[in-house]
Design a protein around this ligand. Sequence first.
Ligand code: XIL
Length: 344
Amino acid sequence: REIGIKDLFKDSFHIGVAVNAQQVSGKEPKALAVLAEHFNSLSPENGLKWEKVHPKPEEYDFEFGDAYVALGEKMKAFTIGHCLVWHQQTPNWVFEDESGKMLNKEDLISKMEDHIAVVAGRYKGKIDGWDVVNEAFNEDGSFRESKWYNVAGKDFIKAAFRKAHEVDPNAELYYNDYNVWKASKRKGILELAKEMKSEGIRVDAIGMQGHYMLGSPTLEEIEQGIIEIAEAGFKVVITELDVDVLPRPNNAQGADLNINFANSPEYNPFVNGISAEAEAKLAQRYADLFQLFHKHKDKISRVTLWGLHDGRSWLNNFPVRGRTNYPLLFDRDLKLKEGIFEKL
Ligand code: XIL
Protein backbone atom coordinates (compact mmCIF):
# COMPACT_ATOMS: atom_id res chain seq x y z
CA ARG A 1 0.00 0.00 0.00
CA GLU A 2 1.48 3.32 -1.07
CA ILE A 3 1.35 6.40 1.10
CA GLY A 4 -1.55 8.53 -0.06
CA ILE A 5 -1.15 12.20 -0.91
CA LYS A 6 -3.57 12.90 1.92
CA ASP A 7 -1.19 11.18 4.35
CA LEU A 8 1.71 13.36 3.23
CA PHE A 9 -0.29 16.43 4.23
CA LYS A 10 -2.31 15.05 7.12
CA ASP A 11 -0.92 17.62 9.54
CA SER A 12 -1.34 20.45 7.04
CA PHE A 13 -4.58 20.54 5.07
CA HIS A 14 -7.22 18.41 3.41
CA ILE A 15 -6.43 17.08 -0.05
CA GLY A 16 -9.53 17.23 -2.21
CA VAL A 17 -10.63 16.36 -5.70
CA ALA A 18 -13.62 17.17 -7.88
CA VAL A 19 -15.68 14.14 -8.86
CA ASN A 20 -18.21 13.64 -11.61
CA ALA A 21 -21.39 11.61 -12.04
CA GLN A 22 -19.69 8.45 -13.37
CA GLN A 23 -17.34 8.39 -10.42
CA VAL A 24 -19.94 8.88 -7.69
CA SER A 25 -22.21 6.27 -9.22
CA GLY A 26 -19.38 3.72 -9.12
CA LYS A 27 -18.98 3.37 -12.88
CA GLU A 28 -15.23 3.97 -12.62
CA PRO A 29 -14.21 1.34 -10.04
CA LYS A 30 -10.52 2.07 -10.48
CA ALA A 31 -11.20 5.72 -9.76
CA LEU A 32 -12.90 4.87 -6.47
CA ALA A 33 -9.79 3.09 -5.24
CA VAL A 34 -7.56 6.05 -6.10
CA LEU A 35 -9.99 8.44 -4.43
CA ALA A 36 -9.93 6.45 -1.21
CA GLU A 37 -6.17 6.06 -1.25
CA HIS A 38 -5.17 9.65 -1.89
CA PHE A 39 -7.95 12.08 -1.00
CA ASN A 40 -9.80 13.10 2.15
CA SER A 41 -12.02 15.81 0.67
CA LEU A 42 -14.45 15.80 -2.27
CA SER A 43 -15.97 18.50 -4.46
CA PRO A 44 -18.76 18.02 -7.00
CA GLU A 45 -17.52 19.09 -10.44
CA ASN A 46 -20.94 19.91 -11.89
CA GLY A 47 -23.68 17.95 -10.14
CA LEU A 48 -24.75 20.54 -7.56
CA LYS A 49 -24.72 23.54 -9.87
CA TRP A 50 -28.11 25.20 -10.27
CA GLU A 51 -28.80 23.89 -13.80
CA LYS A 52 -28.18 20.31 -12.65
CA VAL A 53 -29.75 20.23 -9.22
CA HIS A 54 -32.64 22.60 -9.96
CA PRO A 55 -33.25 22.48 -13.71
CA LYS A 56 -36.85 23.70 -13.66
CA PRO A 57 -38.78 25.98 -11.31
CA GLU A 58 -40.55 23.15 -9.50
CA GLU A 59 -38.04 20.41 -10.23
CA TYR A 60 -35.01 19.40 -8.21
CA ASP A 61 -32.73 16.52 -9.20
CA PHE A 62 -30.84 15.04 -6.28
CA GLU A 63 -29.61 11.86 -7.93
CA PHE A 64 -26.03 13.10 -8.16
CA GLY A 65 -26.07 14.92 -4.83
CA ASP A 66 -27.34 11.94 -2.86
CA ALA A 67 -24.75 9.59 -4.37
CA TYR A 68 -22.09 12.24 -3.86
CA VAL A 69 -22.70 12.75 -0.14
CA ALA A 70 -22.97 8.97 0.32
CA LEU A 71 -19.51 8.58 -1.21
CA GLY A 72 -18.23 11.38 0.99
CA GLU A 73 -19.60 9.64 4.06
CA LYS A 74 -18.11 6.31 3.02
CA MET A 75 -14.70 7.93 2.51
CA LYS A 76 -15.08 9.98 5.71
CA ALA A 77 -14.15 12.88 3.47
CA PHE A 78 -14.53 16.58 4.13
CA THR A 79 -17.36 17.08 1.65
CA ILE A 80 -17.75 20.33 -0.25
CA GLY A 81 -20.79 21.79 -1.97
CA HIS A 82 -20.19 23.75 -5.20
CA CYS A 83 -21.84 26.14 -5.76
CA LEU A 84 -25.03 27.77 -4.52
CA VAL A 85 -24.94 30.99 -6.54
CA TRP A 86 -23.08 31.64 -9.81
CA HIS A 87 -23.78 33.45 -13.07
CA GLN A 88 -22.90 30.39 -15.15
CA GLN A 89 -24.63 27.02 -15.40
CA THR A 90 -27.75 28.74 -14.08
CA PRO A 91 -30.96 28.57 -16.11
CA ASN A 92 -32.47 31.78 -17.50
CA TRP A 93 -35.80 31.15 -15.81
CA VAL A 94 -34.14 31.87 -12.48
CA PHE A 95 -34.08 35.56 -13.34
CA GLU A 96 -37.55 35.79 -14.89
CA ASP A 97 -41.18 35.57 -13.90
CA GLU A 98 -43.65 33.25 -15.68
CA SER A 99 -44.15 35.75 -18.47
CA GLY A 100 -40.42 36.07 -19.08
CA LYS A 101 -40.05 39.49 -17.46
CA MET A 102 -36.94 40.16 -15.37
CA LEU A 103 -37.63 39.82 -11.65
CA ASN A 104 -37.19 42.70 -9.28
CA LYS A 105 -34.55 42.59 -6.56
CA GLU A 106 -36.82 41.34 -3.80
CA ASP A 107 -38.24 38.49 -5.86
CA LEU A 108 -34.86 37.42 -7.23
CA ILE A 109 -33.33 37.29 -3.78
CA SER A 110 -36.24 35.36 -2.41
CA LYS A 111 -35.98 32.83 -5.26
CA MET A 112 -32.28 32.47 -4.53
CA GLU A 113 -32.98 31.97 -0.83
CA ASP A 114 -35.52 29.26 -1.59
CA HIS A 115 -32.97 27.45 -3.73
CA ILE A 116 -30.37 27.66 -0.96
CA ALA A 117 -32.88 26.48 1.63
CA VAL A 118 -33.79 23.40 -0.42
CA VAL A 119 -30.30 22.40 -1.58
CA ALA A 120 -28.22 23.25 1.48
CA GLY A 121 -31.14 22.07 3.64
CA ARG A 122 -31.17 18.62 2.07
CA TYR A 123 -27.47 18.16 2.78
CA LYS A 124 -27.39 19.79 6.18
CA GLY A 125 -24.79 18.03 8.30
CA LYS A 126 -23.57 16.09 5.25
CA ILE A 127 -21.88 18.85 3.32
CA ASP A 128 -19.12 20.33 5.44
CA GLY A 129 -18.45 23.48 3.46
CA TRP A 130 -20.19 25.41 0.67
CA ASP A 131 -18.92 27.60 -2.11
CA VAL A 132 -21.77 30.01 -1.49
CA VAL A 133 -21.04 32.54 -4.21
CA ASN A 134 -18.75 31.88 -7.16
CA GLU A 135 -16.97 34.40 -9.42
CA ALA A 136 -18.79 37.64 -8.60
CA PHE A 137 -15.85 39.99 -9.28
CA ASN A 138 -14.09 41.41 -12.32
CA GLU A 139 -10.33 41.46 -12.70
CA ASP A 140 -10.14 45.12 -11.64
CA GLY A 141 -11.92 44.41 -8.37
CA SER A 142 -15.31 45.77 -9.39
CA PHE A 143 -18.44 43.65 -9.24
CA ARG A 144 -19.16 41.49 -12.26
CA GLU A 145 -22.24 42.71 -14.11
CA SER A 146 -24.09 39.41 -13.99
CA LYS A 147 -27.86 39.15 -13.91
CA TRP A 148 -27.51 38.64 -10.17
CA TYR A 149 -25.63 41.89 -9.74
CA ASN A 150 -27.59 43.90 -12.24
CA VAL A 151 -30.85 43.12 -10.49
CA ALA A 152 -29.81 42.84 -6.85
CA GLY A 153 -26.45 44.61 -6.48
CA LYS A 154 -23.98 43.19 -3.99
CA ASP A 155 -26.84 42.39 -1.62
CA PHE A 156 -27.34 39.09 -3.43
CA ILE A 157 -23.96 37.98 -2.11
CA LYS A 158 -24.72 38.94 1.46
CA ALA A 159 -28.18 37.39 1.33
CA ALA A 160 -26.73 34.14 -0.02
CA PHE A 161 -24.24 33.82 2.83
CA ARG A 162 -26.87 34.75 5.41
CA LYS A 163 -29.27 32.17 4.10
CA ALA A 164 -26.67 29.41 3.82
CA HIS A 165 -25.67 29.99 7.42
CA GLU A 166 -29.28 30.03 8.62
CA VAL A 167 -29.96 26.74 6.82
CA ASP A 168 -26.83 24.93 8.03
CA PRO A 169 -25.18 26.79 10.90
CA ASN A 170 -22.33 24.28 11.14
CA ALA A 171 -21.24 24.41 7.51
CA GLU A 172 -18.18 26.40 6.53
CA LEU A 173 -18.93 29.08 3.96
CA TYR A 174 -16.63 30.20 1.18
CA TYR A 175 -16.40 32.91 -1.43
CA ASN A 176 -14.68 31.32 -4.47
CA ASP A 177 -13.09 32.95 -7.52
CA TYR A 178 -10.30 32.65 -10.11
CA ASN A 179 -7.28 34.95 -10.45
CA VAL A 180 -7.40 35.84 -6.76
CA TRP A 181 -3.60 36.10 -7.11
CA LYS A 182 -4.25 39.37 -8.98
CA ALA A 183 -3.96 42.22 -6.48
CA SER A 184 -6.73 44.29 -8.06
CA LYS A 185 -9.27 41.50 -8.04
CA ARG A 186 -8.32 40.34 -4.55
CA LYS A 187 -8.76 43.86 -3.21
CA GLY A 188 -12.41 43.91 -4.22
CA ILE A 189 -13.03 40.45 -2.84
CA LEU A 190 -11.40 41.13 0.51
CA GLU A 191 -13.18 44.44 0.88
CA LEU A 192 -16.54 42.74 0.54
CA ALA A 193 -15.55 39.79 2.71
CA LYS A 194 -14.45 42.12 5.51
CA GLU A 195 -17.61 44.16 5.14
CA MET A 196 -19.68 41.01 5.49
CA LYS A 197 -17.72 39.90 8.52
CA SER A 198 -18.22 43.28 10.18
CA GLU A 199 -21.97 42.85 9.62
CA GLY A 200 -21.90 39.50 11.38
CA ILE A 201 -22.13 37.38 8.23
CA ARG A 202 -20.21 34.12 8.36
CA VAL A 203 -17.39 33.82 5.83
CA ASP A 204 -14.79 31.18 6.68
CA ALA A 205 -12.44 31.19 3.76
CA ILE A 206 -11.66 32.66 0.39
CA GLY A 207 -11.36 30.07 -2.36
CA MET A 208 -8.45 30.71 -4.70
CA GLN A 209 -9.30 28.70 -7.79
CA GLY A 210 -5.99 27.23 -8.87
CA HIS A 211 -6.48 27.22 -12.61
CA TYR A 212 -2.84 27.82 -13.38
CA MET A 213 -0.48 27.51 -16.32
CA LEU A 214 3.09 26.24 -16.34
CA GLY A 215 4.64 29.69 -16.12
CA SER A 216 1.87 31.85 -14.76
CA PRO A 217 1.01 33.09 -12.22
CA THR A 218 4.33 33.20 -10.40
CA LEU A 219 4.78 31.55 -7.02
CA GLU A 220 5.34 35.02 -5.56
CA GLU A 221 1.98 36.21 -6.85
CA ILE A 222 0.19 33.21 -5.39
CA GLU A 223 2.05 33.58 -2.11
CA GLN A 224 1.13 37.24 -1.83
CA GLY A 225 -2.50 36.24 -2.27
CA ILE A 226 -2.33 33.62 0.47
CA ILE A 227 -0.67 36.04 2.87
CA GLU A 228 -3.13 38.89 2.27
CA ILE A 229 -6.19 36.69 2.63
CA ALA A 230 -4.85 35.44 5.96
CA GLU A 231 -4.03 39.00 7.07
CA ALA A 232 -7.61 40.00 6.27
CA GLY A 233 -8.79 37.35 8.72
CA PHE A 234 -9.84 34.49 6.46
CA LYS A 235 -8.61 30.99 5.81
CA VAL A 236 -7.42 30.15 2.32
CA VAL A 237 -8.76 27.20 0.37
CA ILE A 238 -6.97 26.34 -2.85
CA THR A 239 -9.85 25.15 -4.99
CA GLU A 240 -9.95 23.86 -8.55
CA LEU A 241 -6.22 23.24 -8.90
CA ASP A 242 -4.97 22.21 -12.33
CA VAL A 243 -2.05 23.21 -14.56
CA ASP A 244 -2.75 23.79 -18.24
CA VAL A 245 0.24 22.51 -20.23
CA LEU A 246 -1.07 23.68 -23.62
CA PRO A 247 -0.56 27.08 -25.24
CA ARG A 248 -3.50 29.45 -24.84
CA PRO A 249 -4.87 30.65 -28.17
CA ASN A 250 -4.78 34.46 -28.07
CA ASN A 251 -8.41 35.23 -28.37
CA ALA A 252 -9.60 32.23 -26.41
CA GLN A 253 -12.80 33.61 -25.00
CA GLY A 254 -16.07 31.83 -24.42
CA ALA A 255 -17.12 32.09 -28.05
CA ASP A 256 -14.17 30.01 -29.16
CA LEU A 257 -15.51 27.06 -27.22
CA ASN A 258 -17.31 26.24 -30.44
CA ILE A 259 -14.10 25.88 -32.37
CA ASN A 260 -12.56 22.44 -32.34
CA PHE A 261 -8.77 22.57 -32.08
CA ALA A 262 -8.15 18.83 -32.41
CA ASN A 263 -6.28 19.27 -35.68
CA SER A 264 -4.07 22.15 -34.65
CA PRO A 265 -0.44 21.05 -34.19
CA GLU A 266 0.32 24.46 -32.71
CA TYR A 267 -2.39 24.44 -30.08
CA ASN A 268 -2.83 20.69 -29.63
CA PRO A 269 0.76 19.41 -29.73
CA PHE A 270 0.49 16.40 -27.42
CA VAL A 271 -2.23 14.27 -29.02
CA ASN A 272 -0.01 11.21 -28.95
CA GLY A 273 1.51 11.86 -25.55
CA ILE A 274 3.07 14.71 -23.66
CA SER A 275 6.73 15.57 -24.40
CA ALA A 276 9.28 14.65 -21.76
CA GLU A 277 10.13 18.32 -21.43
CA ALA A 278 6.57 19.42 -20.72
CA GLU A 279 6.06 16.50 -18.36
CA ALA A 280 9.10 17.49 -16.34
CA LYS A 281 7.92 21.10 -16.22
CA LEU A 282 4.52 20.01 -14.99
CA ALA A 283 6.00 17.89 -12.21
CA GLN A 284 8.23 20.77 -11.14
CA ARG A 285 5.29 23.18 -11.19
CA TYR A 286 3.23 20.92 -8.95
CA ALA A 287 6.18 20.29 -6.63
CA ASP A 288 6.74 24.05 -6.31
CA LEU A 289 3.04 24.71 -5.69
CA PHE A 290 2.70 22.05 -3.01
CA GLN A 291 5.87 23.26 -1.36
CA LEU A 292 4.44 26.78 -1.27
CA PHE A 293 1.12 25.54 0.13
CA HIS A 294 2.95 23.52 2.75
CA LYS A 295 4.97 26.57 3.76
CA HIS A 296 1.65 28.30 4.46
CA LYS A 297 -0.15 25.37 6.03
CA ASP A 298 -1.19 27.57 8.97
CA LYS A 299 -3.26 29.66 6.53
CA ILE A 300 -4.56 26.98 4.15
CA SER A 301 -7.21 24.47 5.15
CA ARG A 302 -7.64 22.57 1.88
CA VAL A 303 -6.10 22.01 -1.53
CA THR A 304 -8.53 20.59 -4.10
CA LEU A 305 -7.66 19.28 -7.57
CA TRP A 306 -10.19 20.01 -10.32
CA GLY A 307 -10.55 16.43 -11.48
CA LEU A 308 -9.04 13.05 -10.73
CA HIS A 309 -7.15 12.30 -13.94
CA ASP A 310 -6.15 13.91 -17.23
CA GLY A 311 -8.77 12.05 -19.21
CA ARG A 312 -11.52 13.70 -17.19
CA SER A 313 -10.19 17.26 -17.08
CA TRP A 314 -12.35 20.12 -18.34
CA LEU A 315 -9.12 21.58 -19.80
CA ASN A 316 -9.37 19.13 -22.69
CA ASN A 317 -12.24 21.37 -23.77
CA PHE A 318 -11.35 24.76 -22.36
CA PRO A 319 -10.72 27.46 -23.46
CA VAL A 320 -11.14 25.68 -26.79
CA ARG A 321 -12.50 22.25 -27.57
CA GLY A 322 -11.00 18.99 -28.68
CA ARG A 323 -7.50 19.04 -27.21
CA THR A 324 -5.46 16.51 -25.26
CA ASN A 325 -4.32 18.14 -22.05
CA TYR A 326 -2.30 16.83 -19.09
CA PRO A 327 -3.18 19.14 -16.20
CA LEU A 328 -3.76 16.83 -13.23
CA LEU A 329 -1.81 14.65 -10.79
CA PHE A 330 -2.97 11.36 -12.29
CA ASP A 331 -2.56 10.35 -15.93
CA ARG A 332 -5.19 8.73 -18.12
CA ASP A 333 -4.35 5.30 -16.68
CA LEU A 334 -4.80 6.67 -13.16
CA LYS A 335 -1.11 6.48 -12.45
CA LEU A 336 0.28 9.17 -10.13
CA LYS A 337 2.77 11.29 -12.05
CA GLU A 338 6.38 11.10 -10.92
CA GLY A 339 8.60 13.80 -9.54
CA ILE A 340 5.96 15.76 -7.64
CA PHE A 341 5.84 14.48 -4.07
CA GLU A 342 9.13 12.59 -3.85
CA LYS A 343 11.09 15.57 -2.56
CA LEU A 344 8.58 16.84 -0.01
C1 XIL B 1 -16.33 23.56 -15.05
C2 XIL B 1 -16.44 22.06 -15.17
O1 XIL B 1 -15.20 21.48 -14.82
C3 XIL B 1 -16.85 21.67 -16.57
O2 XIL B 1 -17.10 20.27 -16.65
C4 XIL B 1 -18.09 22.45 -16.97
O3 XIL B 1 -18.41 22.17 -18.32
C5 XIL B 1 -17.90 23.94 -16.78
O4 XIL B 1 -17.52 24.19 -15.44
N1 XIL B 1 -14.79 27.64 -12.39
C6 XIL B 1 -15.65 26.91 -11.60
C7 XIL B 1 -16.02 25.53 -11.98
O5 XIL B 1 -16.02 27.38 -10.51
O6 XIL B 1 -17.32 25.20 -11.59
C8 XIL B 1 -15.84 25.29 -13.45
O7 XIL B 1 -16.07 23.89 -13.70
C9 XIL B 1 -14.48 25.73 -13.90
C10 XIL B 1 -14.28 27.19 -13.66
